[in-house]
Design a protein around this ligand. Sequence first.
Ligand SMILES: Nc1ncnc2c1ncn2[C@@H]1O[C@H](COP(=O)(O)OP(=O)(O)OP(=O)(O)O)[C@@H](O)[C@H]1O
Ligand SMILES: [Mg+2]
Length: 460
Amino acid sequence: MEKILIVDDEAFIRENLERVLAEDGYRPYSTESGEEAVTQVSEEEIDLVLLDLNLGARSGLEVLAQLKEVDPDVLVIIITGYGTVESAVEALKMGAYDYIKKPFKADAIRLIVKLALETQSLRREVRQLRRDGKGLPGSVDMIGASPAMEQVYRQVREVARHESATVLITGESGTGKELVARGIHDLSPRKDRPFVEINCGSLPFNLLETELFGHERGAFTDAKTRKIGLLEEATGGTIFLDEIGEMDTSLQVKLLRVLEDRKIRRLGGTRLIDIDVRVVAATNRDLKEAIDEKVFREDLYYRLNVFPIHLPPLRERREDIPPLLDFFLQKFSRDFNKRIREISRDALDLLMRYHWPGNVRELRNVVERICIMHNTEVIKPDGLPKEIWGGTPRKESTLDLEVPPEGICLEEIVGQIEKDLIAKAVKITGGNVAKTARLLNVPRGTLRYKLEKYQLGEEG
Ligand SMILES: Nc1ncnc2c1ncn2[C@@H]1O[C@H](COP(=O)(O)OP(=O)(O)OP(=O)(O)O)[C@@H](O)[C@H]1O
Ligand SMILES: [Mg+2]
């Protein structure tokens, strides 16, 4: 119901207008005081003000100026007393929508109010559309207006409306998958219900299973009490399954069943429990590849991939770098009480050229480090971490190898280098195949094959 505020010093006019407007289905308020009108407009959303220009002590024009100040978008229709057309024209210049002369007929008021409110709702729509183009209103702070991110925002808004649709978010580490998951929840009709997240890569199979499904008392030796699982806890809301690519295949089967039947059974329980949750899953792995390697189930992939959202790496949307730098610079210089205002042109050039393997998370960390270490107003190249200015992409070879006149055995040498690097990676990860594969950027299957080939000890 549209709210209309009547500001007039004549009680008779106020009552008359209130009645006409109420009859037409609006919610009228009225006051004789300009001051009160300004307070009311600043305190609540008033759609339209009917303002008498000849308000006793304070001139109506002054009140108009103040109304526009507290709410530049408020629509004002001027009521003018003795045909003071000049001040009415003055009012239009100051942003009043229209004016009407006393005495007026009820129908004339009805018409002008209707037209004004139509204009108002159109203006609001346009504003909303404009705002929609930028980020995710009313939700998490996502920075970046590159076409690629605009596309992501559109997808988030779209899928948010479909409150039960399953979403699969893909993208490299640090590209904002978690932010997107939260954005979907916050913009959806489920926003007031729980948002529950779990990292599927951080727990061994059986712990993850009890976390998700819960258990009845006595389900196993340690089950001293009943435990409600996260899928149940998230009822009415959203469950965010992060790093879904790391989930054990036997648990994948159970998850598939949940997505199909929307029911779960607690471990050790017999009863099927209905669950109403939206599943949002995320991964930085290539699931197609994981399917080829038989570590991810194809049927689950298709169940999850109902609505895919892909976050492109930062190096593919470099125009987002400056706004992200600004955003984090402001944030961290505030947090650390520093006066850093800007980044010099040549420092920015370096930051723009850098390949950002860790994406937005890396950028955030770089800015945080800068803010901790410096207290100058302008950041110059020498204030940037080494990897940024040394940071040409790793493509060029760092090995200084020659081909002697007598020739070489390419395969053998390459094999030796490969073996060395894999052995180093295995050492770093303590022999974890999944982690080693990620470190080396090769599929797990490939790594297993090579581990065997070079007889480098494998651990499950
Ligand atoms: N567009 C963005 N605007 C502002 N901050 C962002 C944006 N994208 C990512 N971030 C920030 O970068 C960091 C990493 O984001 P997030 O945790 O969502 O990445 P992720 O894709 O889930 O990474 P991972 O795969 O490693 O879990 C967070 O601090 C997040 O707030
Ligand atoms: Mg994440």
